[in-house]
Design a protein around this ligand. Structure first.
Ligand code: 5GP
Ligand code: ZN
Length: 115
């Protein structure tokens, strides 16, 4: 069994407020939101960080980005704008080592850097 918290969410071993899911990816609300809208979008495959993407992941990366647009529209934050952040490694403050995109919006974000 995986010790990764996001793998546990993917496997439904721990609950999350899931707002989108398909065979490849999942989107769920961040447990400690840093903006009115704060969603995490992840590949279901366990990938340590952005650094660990390989050529074979190009389709899922594209899928994630396009789905972020769809989710932003669905949540009503597309027109006012949003921010996508991928913390990568120690200096970024990455805490969960299962790659994820933070989708933030719903209010002016200012200099918020999701840390
Ligand atoms: P990082 O700092 O790695 O870029 O972001 C990790 C994010 O995951 C944080 O914003 C944190 O609030 C969120 N997070 C950590 N554990 C959980 C959890 O169990 N459920 C949910 N929904 N979010 C989590
Ligand atoms: Zn994982």
């Amino acid at each position: 069994m995986s010790e990764c918290v996001f793998c546990k969410i993917v496997n439904k071993e721990i609950p999350a407020d899931i707002i989108y899911e398909d065979e490849q990816i999942m989107a769920f609300k961040d447990i400690a939101p840093q903006a009115k809208v704060h969603v995490l979008i992840i590949p279901k495959e366990h990938i340590h960080s952005n650094l660990y993407f390989e050529g074979r992941h190009k389709p899922v990366i594209g899928h994630l980005i396009l789905k972020a647009n769809e989710i932003a529209k669905k949540l009503g934050i597309a027109d006012t704008g949003y921010r996508l952040i991928v913390n990568t490694g120690k200096h970024s403050g990455q805490e969960v080592f299962h790659v994820h995109w933070h989708l933030l919006g719903g209010e002016p974000l200012g200099r918020l850097v999701c840390k």
